[in-house]
Design a protein around this ligand. Structure first.
Ligand code: SAM
Ligand code: SF4
Ligand code: SF4
Length: 345
């Protein structure tokens, strides 16, 4: 039987937006810099040497990030994901993990893994629970073209092995599939990571930001990916662990692991979106496609306790009515948008 006092407490603590969605998950961008120039995220011609990145002095300190996380925890937060840009470029990142790991939350990191071998042990000791690695191709030429970098696929695979060695599992590998670019890699990735502690997830190429020249024709819908993979593997659908899981999970019938697909374009999941994003310089974004964020800097810098910040975030979340992907149309596709590398993927 439920305890009525507990229910009262929950009603006080939780915050719901206009569609009844709670604030459960915070993505924290710790830098807008990256050592890759993935064509779909930071194309070099737009993010070249003359690009105005945030001044580093504008980055929130780790104490300030901790303050925001504590405030969100007051409102029901359960998960944080550290991201960027490339989060492992932020100096002393394990120190942030150490602070956040004391708050009894699930802590994950999304990385391109170029520096993961170097930091996996320290991150694990600091209390990181899991990592997600972005890897779009095993073929070196395709990988180099997509990331516009010199990092070898072997370095990424070694980073993934380091994450496994230090218990940052299950490791998830995210592959953005683009028509005409890396379809050839889909089956190879599934083959490669069968019988390992790695779950590969195929993500539909999204119209984030304004610089990647996105076109609907470049999106391969998840159901095409599954239909294609079913020709080679016997995959059975699995139930989601929670309604806010963005990936639909499929298991190999012989027990050799699972894969996932994320259908952000063909089957949007705004109805269950419990996610907020914090930019490296202290803006809170309530949707990946938001044209602007809420400037929390003054409150973060000036308030002594977390109460004022908690109330500010509560007010922002209560007014939230975002559901961009469900409304994706010519009406909203022309609005200004924040780049993925700024807001955190
Ligand atoms: N640099 C880290 C990395 O790549 O893992 C973290 C930040 S990155 C912006 C986070 C995720 O966003 C990556 O998995 C990347 O593949 C994904 N992403 C970036 N642009 C995308 C797009 N246009 N469509 C779908 N996913 C995208
Ligand atoms: Fe960098 Fe990640 Fe964007 Fe690629 S997807 S450019 S690795 S931030
Ligand atoms: Fe959430 Fe916005 Fe994405 Fe919808 S479009 S799932 S509201 S981030």
């Amino acid at each position: 039987m439920s305890n009525p006092h507990h229910l009262l407490l929950d009603a006080y603590v939780m915050v719901s937006d206009k569609y009844g969605r709670q604030l459960r998950d915070l993505r924290i961008s710790v830098t807008d810099r990256c050592n890759f120039r993935c064509r779909y995220c930071m194309p070099r011609e737009k993010f070249g040497s003359d690009h105005a990145f945030m001044p580093k002095r504008a980055f929130l300190s780790f104490d300030e990030i901790e303050k925001v996380v504590k405030s969100c925890k007051e409102l029901g937060l359960q998960k944080v994901r550290i991201t960027g840009g490339e989060p492992l470029l932020r100096p002393n990142l394990p120190d942030l993990v150490k602070k956040l790991s004391k708050l009894d939350l699930d802590i994950a990191l999304t990385t391109n893994a170029s520096l993961l071998r170097k930091y996996a042990k320290e991150l694990s000791e600091a209390g990181l629970n899991r990592v997600t690695v972005s890897l779009d191709a095993l073929d070196q030429d395709i990988h180099s073209k997509m990331t516009d970098s010199n990092t070898s696929v072997d370095t990424i695979l070694d980073g993934i092995n380091a994450a496994i060695e230090f218990g940052l599992t299950p490791v998830k590998v995210n592959c953005v599939v683009q028509k005409g670019v890396n379809e050839s890699e889909v089956k190879k990735l599934v083959d490669h990571f069968r019988n390992t502690e790695v779950i590969v997830r195929f993500i539909e190429y999204m119209d984030v930001g304004r610089t990647n020249g996105w076109m609907l024709g470049q999106v391969i819908p998840s159901f095409d990916i599954i239909n294609y993979l079913q020709k080679y593997f016997d995959l059975n659908p699995l139930n989601s662990e929670s309604s806010s899981d963005v990936a639909k999970r499929w298991a190999h019938s012989d027990g050799s692991g699972e894969i996932g697909v994320i259908s952000s374009v063909s089957s949007p999941f705004c109805g269950d979106c419990v996610r907020a994003r914090l930019s490296a310089n202290g803006y809170l974004h309530t949707c990946l496609f938001a044209s602007g964020g809420h400037d929390l800097r003054a409150i973060i810098h000036n308030s002594e306790d977390i109460q004022t910040l908690t109330e500010a975030i509560r007010a922002i979340w209560t007014r939230r009515d975002d559901r961009y992907s469900e409304l994706r149309s010519s009406d909203n596709s022309a609005l200004p948008r924040i780049e993925m590398s700024y807001i955190g993927g």
